[in-house]
Design a protein around this ligand. Structure first.
Ligand SMILES: Nc1ncnc2c1ncn2[C@@H]1O[C@H](COP(=O)(O)OP(=O)(O)OP(=O)(O)O)[C@@H](O)[C@H]1O
Length: 275
């Protein structure tokens, strides 16, 4: 494949085409000097990370390094824990979500989350997907039907469940349940999808399906995924942040992190010397 230099303007059939560089992509999240404490425990230390739209950003690092804590600050889920204290800023689309004036409800309509263990509601497949839109006031059956179908198609599970939409979601396999949770997330038309180890409870085939789905979804969404599976990060992400003891040791294009890491600690981690 020929690689064109970025930001060059070419003319073809009378049309000017600009080769877009990564710098032209808009920033979705920008953490600035973010610190977080659980009581006395300093769990996130001066995190500075800028994440771009329509990219998959992977967060990797050994157990206890702060990956889940970080992703849960991005939708302010951490504030449910009473001992948590934060300092610094997290800009989402240029507004500081840690500001008291920022309504968490507003954030939740824009940022969806998929967890480690599939967590469908004990309801029908249809009601799982229609749940969010209903909360947002949509009652019209035809509109809800459309949202349900579109979301299930978006999560690549429509064909598997279209004939049993009224059955309980608990009757599905783990991999199917996880895609139902992704569909539930898509139904609120989010801007960003946060995923906290979304495949760690899945078998290899379901894992592959979710990984393929993540690749497709980035065309329309920005995805931030925590994974302890380094092969997965290498396969599906554009950028990777390596966390260690609450700090970001290195953040760069995924191929750079996995081929020529700058920091010795990143190299030791990705080559399996610790973690
Ligand atoms: N609710 C909590 N109260 C107190 N300390 C916590 C709490 N949650 C996490 N921690 C601590 O904060 C640090 C970071 O934990 P976190 O769960 O973010 O790590 P992680 O990188 O996601 O780990 P893992 O890969 O094992 O899930 C750990 O030392 C952990 O013990």
């Amino acid at each position: 494949m020929v690689k064109l230099p970025v930001n060059e303007v070419y003319e073809t059939k009378g049309q000017k085409l600009k080769v877009i560089s990564n710098e032209d992509k808009r920033t979705v999240y920008h953490s600035k000097n973010l610190n977080l404490w659980y009581g006395e425990h300093h769990a996130l230390k001066d995190i500075n990370l800028e994440m771009k739209e329509n990219e998959v950003t992977a967060i990797i690092g050994p157990s206890g390094c702060g990956k889940s804590t970080y992703i849960k600050t991005l939708n302010r889920m951490v504030e449910l824990i009473p001992s948590v204290r934060t300092e610094g800023e997290i800009l989402y689309r240029e507004r500081n979500i840690l500001d008291n004036k920022y309504q968490v409800e507003e954030l939740r309509t824009k940022v969806g989350m998929v967890f480690q263990k599939p967590n469908p509601f004990p309801k029908s497949i249809y009601d799982n997907i229609a749940y969010g839109p209903r909360i947002h006031g949509i009652k019209n059956k035809k509109i809800l039907d459309e949202i349900v179908e579109k979301s299930l198609r978006g999560a690549a599970i429509w064909d598997e469940v279209k004939d049993r939409l009224n059955q309980n979601a608990y009757g599905l396999s783990g991999g199917q349940q996880q895609r139902i949770c992704i569909a539930r997330c898509l139904a609120i038309e989010p801007d960003v999808i946060l995923m906290d180890e979304p495949t760690s409870a899945l078998d290899p085939i379901s894992t592959l399906k979710v990984e393929e789905l993540v690749q497709e979804l980035k065309e329309n969404y920005s995805i931030i995924i925590v994974t302890h599976n380094m092969q997965q990060a290498a396969r599906i992400s554009d950028k990777t942040a390596f966390f260690l003891n609450g700090e970001v040791i290195e953040y760069a294009a995924t191929n750079h992190i996995f081929s020529t890491p700058t920091d010795k600690r990143t190299e030791d981690y990705i080559s399996g010397r610790f973690g």
